[in-house]
Design a protein around this ligand. Structure first.
Ligand SMILES: [Ca+2]
Length: 163
């Protein structure tokens, strides 16, 4: 659902989220079509956000409802894997969200994840692979593998526009 306000005087439509972004709670989410490394995914989210004058990052998925919302978006574009803003680059086994710096408390790991395979898996993606039990479940992977990604930014406060 897109929340918009039509301002009749200026005949301008103010939306909580830009076109091609999806509104959920107080955030807007964007699913990329391009495949990027984790670092480049984050940079591109930030660049796209600046185009809208907002601060954007890779997506924070800190509860089951957000997880389900994003899974539904992935279903729509037949995505099988997308980076989210979670990593344990600083301290192995301690996963932090990039957008707010907080240590994660909600997880949706797939079978045997996270396993830090080869000692080199520090970036998290939502993955689909029913054969091995991944149903938009999380997996840690090498941060250098180009993957599509989910950006987030704060939704515009339509309430303020309404007064
Ligand atoms: Ca790791």
């Amino acid at each position: 659902m897109k929340l918009c306000v039509l301002a009749f005087v200026a005949t301008v439509v103010f939306c909580a989220c830009p076109t091609s972004w999806s509104h959920y709670g107080d955030k807007c989410f964007f699913l990329s079509r391009d495949n990027e490394t984790f670092a480049d995914s984050l940079k591109l989210c930030e660049v796209i956000g600046r185009q809208y004058g907002r601060s954007a990052s890779l997506a924070t998925v800190d509860d089951a409802k957000t997880q389900q919302f994003l899974a539904n978006l992935m279903i729509k574009i037949n995505s099988i894997g997308m980076y989210i803003g979670l990593n344990d680059l600083v301290t192995e086994g301690e996963f932090h969200w990039i957008a707010n710096g907080k240590q994660a408390t909600y997880f949706n790991w797939g079978p045997t994840q996270p396993n830090n395979r080869g000692g080199n898996e520090n970036c998290v993606a939502m993955r689909v692979d029913p054969v091995i039990g991944f149903n938009y479940s999380w997996t840690d992977g090498p941060c250098t593998v180009p993957t599509t990604y989910i950006c987030e930014m704060v939704a515009a406060d339509i309430g303020n526009l309404l007064g």
